[in-house]
Design a protein around this ligand. Sequence first.
Ligand code: SAJ
Length: 441
Amino acid sequence: MKKEKICVLGLGYIGLPTATMFAVSGFEVIGVDVKPKVVETINKGNIHIEEPGLEDLVKNTVKKGDLRANTEPEAADVFIIAVPTPLTQSKGIKLNYVRSAIQMINPYLKKGNLVIIESTITPRTTEDIILPELRNSGLDPRKDIYVSHCPERVLPGKIINELINNNRVVGGINEESALKSRSLYRNFVEGEIYITDATTAEMVKLMENTYRDVNIALANELAKVSEKVKIDIWEAIELANKHPRVNIHKPGPGVGGHCLAIDPWFIVEKAPEIAKLIHLSRNINDSMPKFVVKNVKEKLFGINNPKIAILGITYKGNVDDLRESPVLKIIDSFIEQGVELGIYDPHVNECQYKLNTLDEAIKGADCIIIGTDHKEFKNIDPIKMYKLMRNKILFDTKNLLEQDKWKNAGFSVYKIGNYSEYNWHNSYGINEEFDIKKEMI
Ligand code: SAJ
């Protein structure tokens, strides 16, 4: 039997794993990317992004001939669009990559084809922009083809597992489109696949990331308040979350990545006069890099020509992704102020800054900032760091390191939202020891 052919446009963090999963599931898949280097890398069976488990799958499927890449699309049964939808300087949504992807597939579209938009888009984009654009193919998208918005909801670092196991929402321009899309994803999705209309699916995806962004903004605001009332916000959040209906997220240096830091703006853009909480939350999260810089400068007060070692610059732990990383804003601010920096990130090979080894970054430094919660950092030996540094200050924006271990090694340890030195249970966590001490009082 002839294999169904799928053409995936955009071979980034979502497009490439999705293309690969369809190739693994028995489809003939053509991946399209405008960057010749990406196409070349994939055709050699290699990958240009860091994602656990992906490289082996790409290698195998390319070898078998089930996945190949090109800079141009070709005729297929299904077209999946997974190109970026970035923000403009003024926080508007740039739809030009989606538009040009549709323009690229229009000459190849045939009756009966299914077109799926996976890229995150503003509510009503499928109805108001994608359908008119598809009409330029000469076909009537409501009668001749099937069209759906099927947003991806996977977490970078766990993409393969989540592609298979997460529940999905599939929104069609009509019921047939939704049903056809559901059967397609069924080939590898083991989670539930819920069907709805395209606009609801657009909104659901944005709401998920907005919920998280607003929740993190609350945590960040509470962290700032905790410094005023002199408590450790990390302990307070852990205790509040013991309540069965409370789930406060974690404070940090800000919110990065291409989802949480971006998606809420899609809603704000559509309804600026209504979406006030969402807008404010974005501003609170965007204020965190400045807050970190101010805090660290206070700790460095009186030190001449300080050097700061920044460990971890990606937007979150254990990925190589720098998109919207708040740590880059922290770095830029220190560079602007002429502060000497050592920068170390075991997951990043190349970026706009000069990267150091851990020892180079730490040597002669006065302060370490933990910017990202990479798992490797937990094994850093504070005694070794102590010997290499001039002053011994640790500012852990992610509450990653064992505070007592670093304190015992001679470090002054600070976190966001932490004034625990004022508290009588300073060296106790939320553990048995803490409960015992409480009982004694
Ligand atoms: N962060 C905090 N505090 C927290 C949790 C996260 O400051 O308590 C920060 C992280 O450090 C990071 C940012 O938020 O800078 C975003 O990280 P994340 O792990 O929450 O999310 P993403 O952007 O990697 O992936 C999200 C996921 N969405 C949800 O969990 C609702 C993922 O499922 C989506 O597929 C993805 O966005 C997307 O593509 O939209």
